[in-house]
Ligand binder design. Structure first.
Ligand code: 5GP
Length: 116
């Protein structure tokens, strides 16, 4: 059984967060340490620790991350200029919180994709 993170508490509204969207499958809230004018985290309500733990039964919720990202990008006014969606996995991927999250980052030119 995976260990809950602070994100489960945000989903259940047990700790404050700037939640911009929530439905039966996913929750989206502003990153506490934004790296760009728009920086929103979109997460499954179900605890899936990393992309290594995604199963076929999770395909609906994982797809929902993308449709909600698109909706929020439009609301943030960044859809046309563009943005970046990032999912980090494990230490080499730079993952800090072990509850899958999609970063939606935009609002300025983001430069080349980081590979180092
Ligand atoms: P990771 O490095 O795991 O891909 O990203 C974790 C992200 O979660 C970081 O960008 C960090 O700023 C954000 N974060 C960590 N704790 C909290 C929190 O309690 N509230 C919010 N809103 N964001 C958090």
């Amino acid at each position: 059984m995976a260990e809950e993170t602070i994100f489960s508490k945000i989903i259940r509204k047990e700790i404050p967060a700037d939640v911009v969207y929530q439905d039966d499958l996913v929750t989206a809230f502003r990153d506490i340490n934004p790296r760009a004018p728009s920086h929103v985290l979109i997460i499954p309500n179900k605890l899936i620790p990393t992309t290594n733990d995604v199963e076929a039964e999770d395909e609906l919720v994982m797809g929902r991350l993308f449709t909600v990202a698109k909706k929020i990008a439009i609301e943030e006014g960044i859809a046309e200029d563009g943005y970046r969606l990032i999912v980090n996995c494990n230490p080499h991927g730079g993952q800090e919180v072990y509850h899958i999250h999609m970063h939606l980052v935009g609002g300025r030119p983001l430069g080349p994709m980081l590979l180092s």
